[in-house]
Design a protein around this ligand. Sequence first.
Ligand code: ZN
Ligand code: ZN
Length: 408
Amino acid sequence: MKHKKMLMVVCDGASDRPVKEFDGRTPLQVARKPAMDAIARNGVSGTMDVIAPGVVPGSDTAHLALFGYDPYQVYTGRGPIEAVGAGIDLHEGDVAFRCNFATSDDGVHIRDRRAGRIRSGAAELAEALSGMKLEDVEVIFKEGSEHRAVLVLRGDGLDHRVSDVDPHSEGELLRSRALAPNADKTANLLNEFVARSYEILSKHKINMDREKNGLAPANIVLPRGAGSPAPIDSIASRFKLRCAGIAGVTMVKGICRLVGMNVVDVDGATGGLDTDYLAKARAAVDALEEHDLVFVNIKAPDIAGHDGDFRLKVQVIENIDMMLGSLLKDLHEEVVVALTADHSTPVSIRDHSADPVPVSVSGADSRVDSVREHDEISAASGALGRIRGVDLLPIMLGTANRSSKFGA
Ligand code: ZN
Ligand code: ZN
């Protein structure tokens, strides 16, 4: 029995609700998408509650489920995921935060939570903070995209149960408070870090230059989303797979690294609307040479959903379809392909929703049902029925002849 390779394609937030102005159809129903429909036509389809019925998934918890993990067991907040995504090797006991570079005139009031969406110089600013010592605790600080960054506190006696400093809107910054009896030290050090960040960054040459050029200085750091890494069995050891992940967004890369995938960095994969679709397709085909499972995330449909832009969502779905068409053409026909979304992001509500997502799985000799199109409504009549996110990878493994026998 030949083990087949597997490709999981996640169109972030592509799933939607019917929209009256477009004949009560969804963007997936309106888009011309021959490649996606071919996957549905050559395999089996169904709908999927990515976490559980009625639960609105975040992209982070959703991807953990798609990789076969129970997010209620392994999800410990966004901070650690962003930190791992930024390439920081987390240790047990570390406390990680997502951060914004922001603008303040006095170290207390926040004038711009995103420091004018700073485009350059963030790496130098991050370097000026990283390596700082707060009592016996080490500070690791790294820039992300634009105004985003990550902070890791490393040392004894830390506890991630502390409140945010980021006020989440312009105004006065908050003082971090302990949310558990042993978290005082962490909250105090976090407040000290924020004060020091203002002292150091206000005087930094990059910020002097920014002010001279009429740009908002990135002179204070606002941490939020504290978390500590959970011990997690890698996907390689759990499923005996060599896995590669391809994604533009730091957070999704973080999940890939967290479960032990090799993250393939693709030039031009931005995680935005301008992502280089064909470069991602080529990277996926190449990665399948060396790996058993290749995962690809395309963020653009989620962005269109949050913007409430139906036409844009149709357009990006058609772009992804073009990418898939090129990918499938170069793919060995025996590869098991799963096409799905990590959650619905309906344009009508501009946010994630609990609506189940369509899923289609095809492979050379896989079963074929009567579903002809990959969309929310067609998929509901398919042979996969209604599954949960954690079931997807095991279903792919079964289709790829990679599951072992239970019993004699
Ligand atoms: Zn998502
Ligand atoms: Zn989203």
